[in-house]
Design a protein around this ligand. Sequence first.
Ligand SMILES: *Cc1c(COP(=O)(O)O)cnc(C)c1O
Length: 229
Amino acid sequence: MTAEDANQNETPEARLAAIRGRIASAAMEAGRAPEDVVLVAVSKTFDAEQIRPLLEAGHRVFGENRVQEAAGKWPELREQYPDVELHLIGPLQTNKLEDALELFDVFHTLDRPKLAEALVKARSKGRKLPRLFVQVNTGEEPQKAGLAPGDVDAFLARCRREWQLEIEGLMCIPPLGEEPALHFALLEKVARRNGLSGLSMGMSGDFEIAIKLGASHVRIGSALFGSRA
Ligand SMILES: *Cc1c(COP(=O)(O)O)cnc(C)c1O
């Protein structure tokens, strides 16, 4: 367990309140309104019974990184909490797109033309599309998904002109062991020059820095749920 992980002795409600407090402080220090930062509670690897206390405490925005895993727990939770907003934060294979459209309200991981074209095709069949963030591989790591920063402007232009896909913002996952602030600042710069206000950046260990650099959505797992197996 690391310092960023949740204190297992605390209740989930107490951890949620503590994280909300830290988000509000970071926002106010940056001269921003706390409600301008959305907390995406990342519930991957945790089961419905571990998620329920946060729902009961009133939280509604959750993130999952695998379509299959989300399909196993969220349809039932949603019956009870129909106003849940579910965010896909992991890579998406086009053969899972149908299932993903069924489950998720927001995709943070639009990262290639093939997926954009699959979305367009789904829309032409009458599918309602989710809100979309484009993932940027700010560290240009070969094993990581996302567009290279130098390819983002052209991709966003295609989204607008060729595909008529409305993009809400950009998302990044900084490389492990690097100063995240540099990656957050780069993402903010690319978003600003493209007229995008959404910035999905910041996780348990670095969300306060991300908020200072303009995050609109922070994706927090272990600080809320505890360390993952
Ligand atoms: C798991 C995950 C998170 C949450 O990470 P924590 O360090 O547990 O807060 C955020 N974003 C993505 C894309 C993830 O896969």
